[in-house]
Design a protein around this ligand. Structure first.
Ligand SMILES: [Zn+2]
Length: 562
């Protein structure tokens, strides 16, 4: 090619690799550097040294990683992909204070168009233009020297060895500082772009692969419905409402300064409803919490690869009718073997809008869907799960119909930092207030049904609304803030249900303050549904102490068929 004024000297691949490493270690990690800069440990002269040390360490590690991973054939696309990963995770870390771990990757993998749409904003577009489009265009257009692989390989491996040596030396020299920094600020290690994402992707894929190879183990095949023996045809009807992103701190019944749950309070004052103020979630996101809520192992089962049937399977083994109505992003495998209906994509004109439906849609659908279930099973008992859209963010304002927005003005932006804290809390509190309405309407409907009925509501996890600079949820559980794990739970029982359970309601009101967790759900719902099985652990049943007749246990002697 004849030289012209515009012709650029082609880059040696390793030089361009070095530039990419420099970008990733600096601009590609802005949220990390901003966070470290604001830490109390990083002030004064010593801190400057630590800052430089950390920067060099990240640069050396980036060189090592790139020299090992990026080879000529996929040089340009790999660079683009790393720019994209860095920019996107930088944006979400900065905008919402989240960090990237394998459960966050699970969330991303299981997201749907609606959820993704909720996250789109002008700020995200700007981040992608500055972090991907502009540097990516430059990267793509750079001419590369055609170095034969047999000459490039020893050099590139040499660079990797050198980078490894420097990484090890810097790591050794700053080990003390680094170790204490990571110990005191555990979120930092989930903030190193793009390796946090690559590591999390790897862990997620391995976890899924290990899980998928496991056979599904049956559970509670001995289960029987005790009311079938004692009171045929009068099986209980239980609504189990799985809330979404409702945190206990903003629940009126939990002592929140604003009365966000006036209708549930009315039920409580009438002595029909118990609120449980000390319940902690199993995970900090839907993907972890929902399967865990229905698992007999509870939180202990989260990191195990064995696959077991769940609460709904056990209820079905007992011959009960089971139904899952989903107004959100699916049941995360929990409802795979029971009848289930997606209500979020219905098009009822007064309840559905913009490709999603308000939670009342499930109540509208309920009678017809129930009627379609097997009457023989229904006579033994019915458990219906309502999986709410609830308080799903960041587009909180989209979750509530116009008639249910008492707190004004609301935040309408999904770039939550753009809203005032008051607007943000108003929009969120409106979702809790709407949930209060939906639950009270559900109770009203249950009241009109024949036979014993009950409603158990519990949220899947909480939410951060700007406390400590955090928004949304999904923090690794070991250091998740209280706002993301402390969840509301409430139980309403009809008089007939109380009689059926032999439950001392006053006792339960007293006992409600004990610390509870999602781990208790499996065992307590079996009690509520009057199902007896060997997998039920009575010490995990939050009603056990207040049941005058412990029906499950007492009935065991009646019909222990194995
Ligand atoms: Zn959730």
């Amino acid at each position: 090619m004849p030289p012209t004024l515009t012709a650029r000297r082609p880059w040696h691949p390793l030089a361009l690799l070095g530039l990419l490493a420099l970008w990733l270690a600096t601009l590609g990690n802005l949220p990390l550097w901003l966070t470290v800069w604001q830490l109390p440990e990083t002030h004064g002269a010593h801190a400057v040294l630590m800052f430089i040390g950390l920067g060099l360490l990240l640069l050396a590690f980036s060189l090592l990683a790139l020299a090992l991973l990026v080879w000529p054939r996929w040089f340009k696309p790999a660079g683009l992909l790393l720019l994209l990963i860095s920019a996107a995770s930088s944006y979400f870390m900065h905008a919402y204070g989240v960090v990237i771990d394998s459960t966050m990757i699970g969330n991303v993998a299981h997201t749907n168009v609606r959820e993704a749409r909720d996250l789109l904003s002008g700020d995200l577009l700007l981040a992608l233009v500055l972090g991907v489009l502009l540097p990516g265009l430059w990267w793509w257009r750079q001419p590369l020297q055609a170095v034969p692989l047999r000459r490039l390989m020893p050099r590139q491996l040499g660079l990797a060895a050198l980078a490894l040596l420097v990484t090890a030396m810097l790591g050794w020299a700053s080990f003390q500082d680094l170790a204490s920094l990571m110990r005191n600020h555990r979120s930092l290690r989930y903030m190193v772009n793009p390796y946090n994402t690559l590591y999390a992707l790897g862990r997620h894929a391995l976890g899924r692969a290990a899980h998928a190879q496991q056979p599904l183990q049956p559970l509670g095949e001995d289960a029987v419905a005790t009311t079938a023996a004692t009171d045929p045809g009068q099986g209980p009807l239980l609504l189990l409402v799985v809330g979404e992103t409702a945190r206990a701190a903003n629940f009126g019944l939990g002592g929140y300064a604003r009365d966000t749950t006036p209708r549930l309070r009315e039920l409580q004052q009438r002595g029909e409803l118990v609120y449980f103020p000390q319940v902690h979630s199993c995970g900090t996101n839907t993907d972890v919490s929902v399967p865990c809520m229905f698992s007999h192992l509870g939180r202990a089962g989260v990191d195990r690869s064995e696959r077991y049937e769940n609460l709904l399977d056990v209820l079905q083994h007992a011959g009960l009718a089971v139904l899952w109505l989903d107004n959100q992003s699916g049941c995360k495998g929990v409802c795979d073997r029971v009848p289930h209906v997606d209500t979020s994509s219905l098009t009822l004109p007064d309840l559905c809008e913009g490709g999603e439906c308000y939670d009342e849609v499930m109540l509208r659908e309920l009678p017809a869907r129930l009627a379609a279930l097997d009457p023989v099973r229904r006579a033994r008992g019915t458990v219906v799960v309502l999986h709410q859209m609830g308080s799903h963010g960041p587009a909180y304002a989209r979750r509530t119909p116009a008639a249910h927005k008492p707190y004004q003005p609301e935040c309408f932006s999904v770039a939550l930092q753009d809203c005032s804290p008051e607007q943000l809390v108003n929009a969120y509190d409106n979702t809790v207030r709407y949930t209060d309405h939906v639950l009270a309407e559900a109770v009203g409907w249950l009241r009109a049904q024949a036979g014993p009925t009950a409603l158990l509501y519990v949220s899947d996890h909480g939410e951060s609304l700007g406390e400590k600079g955090l928004y949304l949820h999904g923090m690794p559980y070991s250091f998740a803030p209280q706002e993301q794990t402390h969840v509301p739970m409430a139980l309403w029982l009809s008089p007939a249900m109380r009689t059926l359970l032999g439950l001392d309601f006053g006792c339960l009101q007293q006992a409600a303050a004990q610390p509870l967790a999602h781990d208790h759900l499996f065992h307590s719902v079996l009690h509520l549904a009057q199902v007896q099985t060997r997998v039920q652990r009575q010490e995990m049943d939050f009603m056990k102490a207040c049941a005058r007749i412990y029906s499950v246990k007492d009935a065991r002697s009646v019909s222990d068929g194995g």
